[in-house]
Every structure is written in structure tokens, then in C-alpha cells.
Design a protein around this ligand. Structure first.
Ligand code: FAS
Ligand code: PHB
Length: 389
């Protein structure tokens, strides 16, 4: 089989890139390790930056996001028993959309099926070959049959555990990492959100986040130990702990329910450089990971895809290699700013087990400065809604 761009991974990055390329007449095939149902079964992000929303519109799959997504003009920070709202709309005239990554993935899958583009699900043992030549190829096994896909370029959109980043020689690849000494225990529950907007809470017992998927479905998180297991946390224990970390009003409004999804996610900051080696490009979680505190993971995948889509358009439509040569530097410039913001929010809002008295005083000063300074709030707002591409 032959195509122009082989895309590894049918998560948001791979599906969004595939949709944009297809709409601009650039042939592409997606190879995905799992089944479509498995991909849809993963519960992940919830906040969509304006840039990501624009990309989904450009891909022709933004209609349901606009009709079902919730436009949020701000967020609330809870600390010291009080809640403090930061209004993106008042400060910088922008907003975000709350719309689950699962729904984005579903919209992208449906868009791809409607466009008649090829996705090979349950593609096993994917391996990349001749990526330093101008005729790279991808080998994989599907339904027990060995297959080979010739292409011009390979987009590695296969997430943190994928094969693409590992296909870049060790002598070329540089990685940067910070692992956090705690995780997030999250539940999905069909109960109304405690507040109209997200609440990020800093508490001496640990971080908490009250998010949502709709006016009737809440997405709730508490910081937990890396030794914790999901089975250690009954719904009752979860709600009891969450209430202790919220301000009184939010705790009163919290309506316990029976969770239908419960998981623990570890937190890390990670970046691989460069994002291009020969004819292989990395995009999304294959290239970088952020702690979910800043709601940047999904949105960084979208900005990587924007730069890569533009680069491939340059190559195929205008015969220029300028875009593909600049891709890694352009994408990394935005990635590192989002890494900084995600690290900063995580450092400000979580309880670090080994923190000293001085560390805790600095954290309180950070929160107090954000509460009292419009300049600090403008900086928070422009990073949270998404820096320009
Ligand atoms: P993905 O990991 O989504 O997709 C990669 C795809 O490649 C997967 O479908 C995988 O099956 C496939 N794949 C892997 N190896 C392969 C191989 N060898 N061959 C073929 N296919 C292969 N972000 C937020 O903004 N907010 C959050 O709250 C949030 N919560 C998260 C919770 C968890 C547990 C995780 C893991 C991530 C979370 N994220 C969150 C980040 C997440 O949303 C990612 O940023 C987003 O999924 C990135 O999309 P992709 O880059 O497409 O990677
Ligand atoms: C979510 O709704 O899952 C969510 C929202 C904001 C975050 C992280 C997760 O920072």
C-alpha cells in the first residue's frame, strides 16, 4: 500500500492531522494499535482552547462542540477557605469551551469516516523504516497478515508509549522530564457540577478540581498518593475527602453520586527534542507530556498538528520544505511555554510531600499575588485560554 503521509495513532493528534490533510487533498493512512471502541473508552481532557476549537472547525468537525460544549469565561481558585474568580472575558476578552476529549475523538472519527479516509485499527507491531531516506516505510501486522505502507512522511501521533519517539536514534534524541510525587484520582459521575465554572482548589490536604462534561455530568479530581490504588477509594471516601478540600459553599453544593468511571493518572512534565528526524515528525503526547493542571495536553496536540499541517501543505502545494524544516523549532517554542505554565500551576496548587515551611509560604504568596494583582491574572488568563499559535 502507498500513501503520502502515514499517521501512527488515532488519538486526537492523529485524527485531527488526518482530517486536515484529507480536506486539503493530501492522502494519508492512520495506523492505530487499539480498536475504535478502546480509543473512545479513554476518559481524558475536558478544556478546549480557542485555537483548538478553531482547528476543529477548520477540520469540519466543530458543530457538536459548539452546540453541546459549555463556553466558560473564567475559572475559580479556592484557597484559604475562599473562592476567587479569574475572568478571562473581562481581562483578555477570550473564553474556553468545556467539551470532553472523548467527544472530540468521536467527532473526528465520524468526520474521517464521512471523508472515506483509511484508518487501520488493531494494527500490531508497527515499525518505522528508512526514516532518514526520502522513501520511508511503515510495517505492521493486521489480522495476522504482515503489511507494508510506503509513504513520503510519517507523523508519529502515537502518544507517550508509542513507537515513533523510540524510532529516533538515541544519539539524536534529547529528553527533559520532571515526575511529580503524586497522582490525580478522577471520577465521572452523573450529578450536576458544584459550580458553573471549574474550581481549582489548593488545600493543606491536597489539590482538588471540580470540572464537568455537561450541566448534568461532573468530572471531579483529588490529588492522591502514587501508592494509592483505585480500589482504595470508594465513592463515599472520595466525596468525603473532596468536601474537606473545597470551600464551605462548594462543599455544601456537592451532590454525591455513584461514579461510572474512576482512574488514577500519574503526573509528569516531559519533552523530547527534536520533533523531526528525517521524514519522521512527532506530534502530541508522542513528543511531550504536561501535568493536566493547566489543561494543556490535548491543546498542545492541536497546536503541534497546526504547525505540521501547514508544513505539509507548504511541501505538497507550494513545493517548499521551509515549513517541515521549521516545524520542530516552531512547535517546541509553544510547547515549552505550555510546559512552564502547567508546571507553575501544578507547583502552586498541589501539596508536595517533601515541601518545607518556606515552600508553603512561597505557595501562599503565589496564590495571594494572583488573587490581588490584575497583571498576574492577565498572565494566568492568556496562558490558560491558550497562547497564540
Ligand atoms: P493519545 O495518547 O491520545 O493517542 C495516541 C494513540 O496512539 C492512542 O490511540 C494509542 O492507542 C495509539 N498508539 C500507541 N502506540 C501505538 C503503536 N505502537 N502503533 C499504533 N498506534 C499506537 N489532557 C488535558 O488537557 N486534560 C486532562 O485532564 C487530561 N487527562 C489525562 C489523563 C490521562 C490518564 C492521560 C494518559 C492523559 C490525559 N491528558 C489530559 C492528556 C491527553 O488528553 C493527551 O494530551 C491527548 O490524549 C494527546 O493526544 P495524542 O497526542 O493524540 O495522544
Ligand atoms: C477535565 O475536565 O478533565 C479537566 C479540566 C481541567 C483540567 C484538567 C482536567 O486542568
Amino acid at each position: 500500500m502507498r500513501t503520502q503521509v502515514a499517521i501512527i495513532g488515532a488519538g486526537p493528534a492523529g485524527l485531527l492531522l488526518g482530517q486536515l490533510l484529507t480536506r486539503h487533498g493530501i492522502d494519508n493512512v492512520i495506523l492505530e494499535l487499539r480498536s475504535a471502541d478502546y480509543v473512545l473508552g479513554r476518559v481524558r481532557a475536558g478544556v478546549v482552547e480557542k485555537g483548538t476549537a478553531d482547528m476543529l472547525d477548520e477540520a469540519g468537525v466543530g458543530a457538536r462542540m459548539h452546540s453541546e460544549g459549555l463556553v466558560h469565561d473564567g475559572v475559580e481558585l479556592a484557597f484559604g477557605g475562599q473562592r476567587h474568580r479569574i475572568s478571562f472575558r473581562d481581562l483578555i476578552g477570550k473564553a474556553v469551551i468545556v467539551y470532553g476529549q472523548t467527544e472530540i475523538t468521536r467527532d473526528l472519527m465520524e468526520g474521517r469516516a464521512a471523508a472515506g479516509a483509511t484508518t487501520v485499527y488493531e494494527a500490531e507491531d508497527v515499525s518505522l523504516h528508512d526514516i532518514e531516506s526520502d522513501r520511508p516505510k511503515v510495517r505492521y501486522r493486521h489480522k495476522g497478515v504482515e503489511q507494508e505502507l510506503d509513504c513520503d512522511f510519517i507523523a508519529g501521533c502515537d502518544g507517550y508509549h508509542g513507537i515513533s519517539r523510540r524510532s529516533i536514534p538515541d544519539a539524536v534524541l534529547r529528553t527533559y522530564e520532571r515526575v511529580y510525587p503524586f497522582g490525580w484520582l478522577g471520577i465521572l459521575v452523573d450529578r450536576p457540577p458544584v459550580s458553573e465554572e471549574l474550581i481549582y482548589a489548593n488545600h493543606e490536604r491536597g489539590f482538588a478540581l471540580c470540572s464537568m462534561r455537561s450541566p448534568t455530568r461532573s468530572r471531579l479530581y483529588i490529588q492522591c498518593s502514587l501508592e494509592d490504588r483505585v480500589e482504595d477509594w470508594s465513592d463515599e471516601r472520595f466525596y468525603e475527602e473532596l468536601k474537606r478540600r473545597l470551600d464551605d459553599e462548594a462543599a455544601r453544593r456537592l451532590e454525591p453520586g455513584q461514579s461510572f468511571e474512576k482512574s488514577i493518572a500519574p503526573l509528569r512534565s516531559f519533552v523530547a527534542e527534536p520533533l523531526r528526524h528525517g521524514r519522521l515528525f512527532l506530534a502530541g503526547d508522542a513528543a511531550h507530556i504536561v501535568p493536566p493542571t493547566g489543561a494543556k495536553g490535548l491543546n498542545l496536540a492541536a497546536s503541534d498538528v497546526f504547525y505540521l499541517w501547514q508544513a505539509l501543505l507548504d511541501f505538497y502545494k507550494r513545493g517548499s520544505s521551509q515549513g517541515i524544516d521549521a516545524y520542530s523549532g516552531r512547535a517546541l517554542a509553544r510547547v515549552w511555554k505550555a510546559e512552564r505554565f502547567s508546571w507553575w500551576m501544578t507547583s502552586m496548587l498541589h501539596r508536595f510531600p517533601d515541601s518545607s515551611g518556606f515552600d508553603r509560604k512561597i505557595q501562599q504568596a503565589e496564590l495571594d499575588y494572583l488573587r490581588s494583582s490584575q497583571a498576574a491574572q492577565i498572565s494566568f488568563a492568556e496562558n490558560y485560554v491558550g497562547l497564540p499559535y
